[in-house]
Design a protein around this ligand. Sequence first.
Ligand SMILES: Cc1ncc(COP(=O)(O)O)c(C=O)c1O
Length: 261
Amino acid sequence: MRPAALRAAIEADLAAGVVPAIVVATIGTTSTTAVDPLPEIGAICAEHGVWLHVDAAYAGAAAVCPELRWSHAGVEFADSYCFDPHKWLLTGFDCDAFWVADRGELIEALTVMPEFLRNAATESGAVIDYRDWQVPLGRRFRALKLWFVLRWYGVEGLRAHVRSGVALADRFAARVAADDRFELAAPHPFSLACFRLPAGDEASAELLRRVNHTGRVLLTHTRIGGRYALRLAIGSPLTTEEHVDAAWALLSAAAGDLLAT
Ligand SMILES: Cc1ncc(COP(=O)(O)O)c(C=O)c1O
């Protein structure tokens, strides 16, 4: 998200008599894991009283590592923030961790209080009714599995997992960068590397098809600035340097065959 474009959009809304209500910024976009410039975006939202939600669904896990917290600069501007431990923090699907600066506004929007839900504990104000923080009334005890993950791995275990993913993506990206047949398609701040064949979109798409057809890897793709890119994502605690090197060997051999024809 470009701060200048955001400011222009807000100003255009105001000029048209429309009230801008919410901005959703992303730390670690789905396609490429890009990080929005939150300090600038947050200041613009604060200036205009616009709710700022920060979506760190995947990259929120990076914040367990002090050296990766640069990615969360400006998060203090957030009115709400979420990340999914089920993505990169070793927790079974599904589990979203949600934080809100002022729960009053959320509860005001979502609370329902039919007679059959009235009870003394709620009325005393001594309990937090999380049913008022969401659209459904009922909820599963998702926090329990996250608690087990935190207890089992501990903070150092979680950090080791995240650091391993980042190091493996770096290792793979270094192979890509050193080979003229390939190019990196975006920065790789976390555990995803996006790359392509400069030979073109069709060649890149065919490369993806061929390596996935072997059944030994499963890569996905995206488009960056309209151009096709392959995505190699690392997330399992079982993935090692040998797996990454094997994936690279497979890609390299397939590219060799493809570019020779
Ligand atoms: C940045 C981002 N936001 C949201 C989502 C959706 O996540 P959920 O599983 O919570 O629906 C994804 C999933 O890919 C994501 O990468």
